[in-house]
Design a protein around this ligand. Structure first.
Ligand SMILES: Nc1ncnc2c1ncn2[C@@H]1O[C@H](COP(=O)(O)OP(=O)(O)OP(=O)(O)O)[C@@H](O)[C@H]1O
Length: 261
């Protein structure tokens, strides 16, 4: 596999608060990287710089060996924990809107054959996430899991190579979460995606990921908690990835997971 994203000595600082320090990582094309770490370790900040929403204070991020552009390009899609769908648009219109924004950035409207092609594309993607029977529902009429399926469809409709997931299943019930694990695994394979997912759920991290990276501080100054930032303290490649549908042991202890990976 080839390196798709490279982080070189990346630092993120907000004022005098150092959030991340010296993060150097190579992320291979086609990998599924789970990012774990304590609250405040900088996991979401890391995703924001990969998305291009923020630029690192120091260091470089390369995409295909070229410095990342400081805006969110079509090669990257993102799904957040809270549903980011438009409440006043139907499922189909939500998905079509994503294509319209990509293809007609000024007016966000397509007409004629271009609109029909966008509709076909949207229906195909909505079928892929299991919303083919819900095209005309509005978000308020859907469950949390369905709304997250729509958010995933919106992110994938621009056919990104990289999908960034920020606790995408954190607000869902365990049963729905298991369904979503199956869905994201299938989409990762079918669309040849590279996925970077932040999660607080260690079981999810090890079940879905081909690699788990733990962010935490190596150094602490009790008198100045923001003096040192977090970095990648563990970087665990997982050769034997588990089929999410086959996993029935939520809440496994980390040492059990580590010894079984
Ligand atoms: N724009 C900002 N300005 C100042 N501080 C910020 C900003 N964004 C994030 N921070 C701080 O950076 C630190 C890391 O935040 P971040 O959200 O990346 O952590 P996290 O690991 O994702 O946390 P959680 O697991 O609780 O979501 C926190 O202390 C947060 O308050």
């Amino acid at each position: 596999m080839s390196t798709l994203l490279s982080l070189r000595e990346v630092w993120i600082e907000y004022g005098d608060k150092i959030v991340l320090e010296r993060v150097s990582l190579d992320i291979e094309a086609g990998s599924f990287v789970s990012i774990i770490g304590p609250s405040g370790a900088g996991k979401s900040s890391l995703l924001r710089i990969l998305l291009g929403q923020e630029i690192p204070t120091r260091g470089t991020i390369l995409l295909d060996g070229v410095p990342l552009t400081p805006e969110c390009g079509p090669d990257r899609g993102v799904v957040f924990q809270r549903y980011s769908v438009f409440p006043h648009l139907s499922v189909l219109r939500n998905a079509v809107f994503g294509i319209e924004c990509a293809k007609a950035p000024l007016s966000a409207r397509l007409f004629g054959a271009a609109r029909r092609a966008a509709m076909d594309e949207a229906v195909e993607m909505l079928n892929a996430v299991g919303l083919g029977d819900s095209l005309h529902l509005y978000p308020a009429q859907m469950s949390g899991g369905m709304q997250q399926r729509l958010a995933i469809a919106q992110a994938l409709i621009k056919r990104p190579r990289i999908l960034l997931l920020d606790e995408p299943f954190g607000a869902l019930d365990p049963g729905i979460r298991a369904d979503m694990h199956g869905l994201i695994t299938r989409l990762w394979r079918d669309y040849a995606l590279t996925i970077v997912m932040v999660t607080h759920d260690i079981h999810e991290a090890f079940t879905l990921g081909t690699r788990v990276i733990a962010l935490d501080k190596r150094r602490h100054d009790p008198h100045a908690p923001h003096r040192f930032g977090a970095t990648a303290v563990y970087d665990i490649p997982l050769r034997n990835r588990v089929d999410p549908a086959a996993v029935e042991k939520p809440g496994m202890a980390i040492n059990e997971i580590l010894s079984s990976s």
